[in-house]
Design a protein around this ligand. Structure first.
Ligand code: HAM
Length: 428
């Protein structure tokens, strides 16, 4: 127990950190290119925010939230998704009073859902999310999808499809609800308990049921696309035109309704075409009523969330992870006990010049220090001590060519920094 993390959670171990950093750097770069600014919101919020924001009939709210009473008897919930918190911050921070659209992103935000853990499905995962407040045009979704695909393709992931759908608005969705109820009719009695409860309250949710018997019934249901009002239809067609104009392939998929209640009009998911029961890498859509429903001004909005663990899993499955970088450039070895302090001080001088440097912290022999330098992937070993040091020099050994050069102690750090910066030919 003491040495086992809670089920459904994963450590990010140091040997993996470079992959997370690579993803995060790429996300930051693209967000800046598209004019999105970072937002960080608390890991927990008042439970009420998710009840109102995500929806009382969703699996997330009814089954998956980590909710507890704090010592002040307030009901608190660990974020089960990122959008509701971003909307709350948009309102509390009065960002709506600034020129709109307000474009924000969150990076590696921890998200908690009490799910059945399996590959790609965790109880704590991390999301890169983007939210755009104040844009009613379908160009918002087109921009988000373009950014997303640029990101995924830049990582080498190519066999991806964007699945898009429209789930209508306050005007046309009730019409679809009626059509769906009419189709389900008596069939509802053969469906699961959750679906039966959703029949009156929120029939659209039935389309998202994961139970096989319910999925089979839902397969013959009418398409929501046939119930859209003219405005929703025009919005959806314009989005498709924009995606085509950007050269982004997509599939219209009327079965996508998403697991959160706040969506209006556009919903989308990015799915890997790996042949396996595809876990979505990303999901998002438009939510034009949420800001108002949470007490703010009428503000159209759209966004997406991308699971970092799922991206890493897919990169690993496809052998697309870049090799780990070396851990240091220079190893400063001491030749014996009497020169440990000199070697230690020499290493600090290199670091002061921004040279990645390691020196002995374990009392290793010279031979063991060389072995360790090799393991770290060092390019050079500086030998401090012996006759050379007595003469006022250190020896620099190139671990690739095995070539050795003697450098005056005083000038050596600058010289090594210059070599490593590539400003001087590497052969010296
Ligand atoms: P979501 O589809 O629930 O949407 O989650 C977004 C992404 O998070 C998924 O596509 C997946 O990559 C990852 N994810 C979800 N659950 C898990 C899990 N249990 N384990 C590992 N990864 C997971 C949302 O959360 C919306 N807030 C997205 C959004 C933002 N819509 C508009 N703005």
């Amino acid at each position: 127990m003491l040495t086992q993390a809670p089920r459904g959670t994963r450590d990010m171990l140091p040997q993996e950190a470079y992959l997370w950093h690579m993803l995060e750097n790429r996300m930051r770069e693209l967000a800046a290119l598209w004019g999105y600014r970072e937002i960080r919101t608390p890991v927990f919020e008042h439970t009420e925010l998710f009840l109102r924001g995500v929806g009382g009939t969703t699996d997330i709210v009814t089954k998956e939230m980590y909710t507890f009473k704090d010592k002040g008897d307030r009901s608190i919930t660990l974020k089960p998704e990122g959008t509701a918190g971003a909307v709350r911050a948009f309102l509390e921070g009065r960002l709506y009073a600034e020129p709109l659209p307000c474009k924000v992103y969150y990076l590696a935000a921890p998200i908690f859902r009490y799910e059945n853990p399996q590959a790609g499905r965790l109880r704590e995962h991390h999301q890169f999310g983007m939210e755009c407040f104040g844009g009613k045009e379908p160009s918002v979704e087109a921009e988000l999808i373009n950014l997303l695909m640029t990101l995924l393709r830049s990582l080498g992931l190519s066999n991806l499809t964007v699945h898009i759908n429209s789930i209508g608005c306050r005007c046309c969705r009730p019409r679809f609800g009626e059509a769906l109820r009419a189709y389900l009719g008596d069939r509802i009695h053969d469906m699961c308990e959750d679906c039966r409860a959703r029949f009156d309250k929120n029939p659209l949710r039935i389309l998202d049921c994961k139970q096989e018997k319910c999925k089979a019934i839902v397969a013959g249901a009418p398409s929501i696309l046939d119930s859209l009002c003219d405005d929703c239809k025009a919005h959806f067609e314009r989005l498709q035109g924009l995606l085509t104009a950007q050269g982004i392939p997509f599939a219209v998929d009327p079965t996508i309704v998403r697991g959160l209640d706040y969506y209006t009009r556009t919903v989308f998911e990015v799915i890997m075409q790996t042949g396996r029961e595809g876990l979505a890498l990303c999901g998002g859509g438009r939510y034009d009523n949420l800001v108002e429903e949470l007490g703010g001004p009428d503000t159209p909005a759209a966004g997406f969330g991308l699971g970092l663990e799922r991206i890493l899993l897919e990169l690993k499955n496809q052998g697309l992870t870049p090799p780990a970088p070396s851990l240091t450039d220079v190893y400063v070895a001491n030749i014996g006990d009497e020169c440990r302090t000199d070697a230690f001080v020499f290493a600090q001088k290199l670091r002061a010049l921004a040279v990645r440097t390691e020196s002995d912290l374990c009392g290793r022999s010279l031979k063991a220090q060389f072995k360790y330098a090799d393991k770290l992937g060092a390019k050079y070993v500086v030998l401090v001590g012996g006759e050379e040091f007595a003469r006022g020099t250190v020896k620099l050994r190139d671990l690739n060519t095995r070539q050795e050069t003697e450098l005056p102690v005083g000038e050596a750090p600058e010289k090594i920094a210059t070599i490593l910066s590539g400003k001087e030919a590497e052969s010296i």
